[in-house]
Design a protein around this ligand. Structure first.
Ligand code: NAP
Length: 544
C-alpha cells in the first residue's frame, strides 16, 4: 500500500496514526502527506485559539506518527490543477498523485468562509477567518484589523469561531501574552480601543451554535461583562422538552457574567433573533457603519429562522462574519450542494455516482465544517478502518483511477524536483523550526529553563516565525526574491548536521554574501540577519 494523504492537518495525521496501528506489521506500506502550507498540523497551528493550548496537545500524537520511517510529510506542495493561494508552492498535479499511489485520502478541510448575501466583504466587513488567520499569523497574511480605531464590533453568527474571536478582543493583552500569540499580534491588541462586542445570532439561546465550554469561558472573562438578557428570552416554550445542554445554557445565561454588567471597561452581548439585512458604510451623517438587522423567530416546524417583520439598526465600527466554512469549489469531487467533497461511507463518489476504488475523504473535507477536534479524530479513525477493510476485502463495483502497483520508494517527479530545489519542507525540517519557536518563546517568556512538559512548552511559545521564504540554492549572483517584510529564510545546507555548505548568493537591501562556508555559517547568518532585519535563524540542515 502506498497512500497519499492530501492535506497535513489533524484529520490527515489521525488517519496516518490509526493506520500505523491497524495495518498488519507484515505489510510494507508508505504514507505520504502533502500540504500546500510549509508547516504541518493545519487548523491546530492556524485555527485553534491561542488561549486553548490544551487542544494543541494532539501534536504529540502527530509527532509520534511522523517518527515512523514509513511516513513522510511534504510541506509547500500544492496538489491539484488550480492555482495555489499560497505563493511559492511546488505544483503537484492530481494525475501525478494518481499514477504514483495505490491509495489516496483527501483531507483538505473546509478552507473558505461562508459569506452572507447582505454583507459583501469590505474594509468594514471582514470574515472571522481573516481575524483567525491574522492572530495565528497564517501564511495568507491578512492585514491586521484596525483595532486602534474601533469601539464597537459586531460578530455575525454565534458558533465557537465567533466566540474565539470575541475572547481575543475582550481578553486583556497581558493575559494573552502567556499563550501562543505572535508578538506582532500582541502589539496590535495592546492598542485596541474595542469597548463592546455584539454576537448576533439569527435564532435563540436554545439553538445557539456555541458549546457550553466556550460559553462558560465568555461568562467568566476576567475583564469583560455581558449585557443581561431579557428574562423572556430565557423562557422555553411550554411543553418543549430541553436537552441537558439547553438546560445548562439557559441556567448559565440567566445567571449572567461573572462580572456585573457596567463594572468593566469592555462589554459583550448575545443578540438573539437577529439576521443581517444590510450594511451602510459610514457617511457624513453617520460616522459609524449602520448594520440593519431583521428581527426573526424560529419556525417550530423547521427550526429555521424566519423574518418577524421588524428591522432595527445598530451603529458599529466593524462587522465580522462568522457563518461557518465550505470547501473549495474548484476541488476535485466537490459537491456544490453539500459545500464539501462527495463521499459515501468515507469513499469518494464521482459526479456520475461511481465510487472510486481506494480514494477516500476524511475530516471536514468529507463531512463539512462540523464538530470539535475529537469528532475529526473519530471520523479519521473510521476512514482508516475503511481503508484497512477495503484492503482486506476489496469492494466490488468500484472504478479504479489509481496505480494498483506503484513503486514504494519512488516519489512523484515534481516532488523529487522540489526536494532537489530545496522547495519542500519535510517533518525533520519542521521540527527544527518548531524547536526554535519554542526556544524563542521560552526566552521571551523569561523562562530560560526547559519546560517540564509539552503543555508548558506551548504556553511559553509566544510567537510564530514568519512563513519561511525558501531560498533555492542558485548560481552566483542570482538574487533571492525580497520578502515583503522581515521573515525567516530557509537555506538548506549541503551536508546535514555539521557542514553548512551554502551555494546561494543572497542579496537583499544591499547586503550580499555568497560562496561556500562551513562552520562560519552561523556567524555569517547572524551578521546577515542582523543587517537585513530578519528574525533570525536556527541551525542545521534547514536554517529557519
Ligand atoms: P458554526 O458552529 O456552524 O456556526 C455558524 C453560525 O453562523 C451559527 O450561529 C449559524 O446560525 C450562523 N449562520 C450561518 N449562516 C447564516 C446566515 N446566512 N445568516 C445568519 N447566521 C448564519 O460554525 P463555526 O463557528 O465556524 O465553527 C465550525 C466548527 O468548528 C463547529 O463545529 C465548531 O464547534 C468548531 N469549532 C470548535 C472550537 C472549539 O472546540 N473550541 C473552536 C472553533 C470552532 P444557525 O445556527 O442559525 O445556522
Amino acid at each position: 500500500m502506498k497512500l497519499a494523504i492530501i492535506g497535513g492537518g489533524p484529520s490527515a495525521f489521525y488517519v496516518a496514526s490509526r493506520l500505523h496501528k491497524l495495518l498488519p506489521q507484515t505489510l510494507d506500506y508508505r504514507i505520504h502527506l502533502f500540504d500546500r502550507l510549509w508547516s504541518p498540523h493545519g487548523l491546530v497551528r492556524y485555527g485553534v485559539a491561542p488561549d486553548h493550548p490544551e487542544v494543541k496537545n494532539c501534536t504529540h500524537k502527530f509527532d509520534e506518527a511522523a517518527l515512523d520511517r514509513r511516513l513522510r510529510f511534504f510541506g509547500n506542495v500544492n496538489v491539484g490543477d488550480s492555482p495555489s493561494p499560497i505563493q511559492h508552492t511546488v505544483k503537484l498535479p492530481l494525475s501525478s498523485v494518481f499514477s504514483n499511489y495505490s491509495h489516496v485520502v483527501f483531507a483538505t478541510g473546509c478552507t473558505l468562509p461562508k459569506r452572507h448575501s447582505e454583507l459583501p466583504p469590505s474594509a468594514i466587513c471582514i470574515s472571522a477567518l481573516s481575524m483567525v488567520h491574522w492572530y495565528t499569523q497564517h501564511p495568507n497574511a491578512p492585514s491586521p484589523p484596525p483595532l486602534d480605531k474601533l469601539s464597537h464590533v459586531s460578530l455575525i453568527g454565534n458558533g465557537n469561531v465567533s466566540l474565539d474571536v470575541a475572547r481575543m478582543l475582550l481578553t486583556h493583552v497581558d493575559v494573552l501574552r502567556k499563550y501562543d500569540v505572535p508578538e506582532r499580534v500582541l502589539d496590535v491588541l495592546a492598542e485596541s480601543t474595542v469597548k463592546h462586542v455584539s454576537i448576533v445570532g439569527r435564532r435563540g439561546p436554545l439553538e445557539a451554535a456555541f458549546t457550553m465550554k466556550e460559553l462558560r469561558e465568555m461568562i467568566n472573562l476576567p475583564d469583560a461583562s455581558m449585557v443581561p438578557l431579557a428574562p423572556a428570552l430565557l423562557q422555553p416554550s411550554e411543553g418543549v422538552p430541553l436537552t441537558r445542554q439547553q438546560t445548562r445554557v439557559l441556567q448559565l445565561l440567566s445567571k449572567g457574567s461573572k462580572n456585573t454588567f457596567g463594572t468593566t471597561a469592555k462589554t459583550w452581548s448575545l443578540d438573539f433573533y437577529r439576521s443581517p439585512a444590510g450594511l451602510m458604510v459610514p457617511s457624513p451623517e453617520n460616522t459609524r457603519a449602520q448594520l440593519s438587522l431583521a428581527h426573526t423567530v424560529v419556525d417550530p416546524a423547521t427550526q429555521r429562522a424566519v423574518p418577524a417583520g421588524e428591522t432595527s439598526t445598530v451603529a458599529t465600527d466593524l462587522v465580522v462574519t462568522s457563518l461557518g466554512f465550505h470547501g473549495e469549489p474548484t476541488a476535485p469531487y466537490f459537491d456544490p450542494g453539500l459545500g464539501h467533497l462527495r463521499t459515501l461511507s468515507n469513499r469518494i463518489v464521482t459526479n456520475a455516482g461511481t465510487t472510486l476504488r481506494n480514494v477516500y475523504g476524511s475530516g471536514w473535507a468529507s463531512t463539512g465544517a462540523h464538530g470539535v477536534l475529537a469528532a475529526t479524530m473519530m471520523n479519521a479513525y473510521d476512514v482508516a478502518e475503511t481503508i484497512v477493510n477495503d484492503h482486506m476485502n476489496p469492494l466490488e463495483g468500484t472504478e479504479g483511477v489509481l496505480n494498483p502497483d506503484p513503486s514504494l520508494e519512488e516519489l512523484p517527479e515534481e516532488v523529487v524536483h522540489g526536494i532537489r530545489e530545496r522547495n519542500i519542507v519535510e517533518y525533520p525540517d519542521w521540527k527544527r523550526i518548531d524547536e526554535e519557536e519554542m526556544r524563542r518563546g521560552q526566552v521571551r517568556a523569561g523562562c530560560l529553563s526547559l519546560p517540564q512538559n509539552g503543555l508548558s512548552a506551548v504556553f511559553h511559545r509566544c510567537l510564530k516565525l514568519r512563513p519561511p521564504f525558501i531560498a533555492t540554492p542558485t548560481s552566483r549572483g542570482t538574487l533571492c526574491p525580497p520578502p515583503p517584510e522581515p521573515c525567516v529564510y530557509l537555506i538548506h545546507g549541503g551536508v546535514y548536521g555539521h557542514n553548512y555548505e551554502v551555494r546561494a548568493d543572497v542579496q537583499w537591501r544591499g547586503v550580499q554574501h555568497g560562496g561556500s562556508t562551513s562552520d562560519g555559517l552561523r556567524t555569517w547568518w547572524r551578521r546577515w540577519v542582523g543587517l537585513a532585519g530578519c528574525e533570525g535563524m536556527a541551525e542545521g540542515h534547514t536554517v529557519g
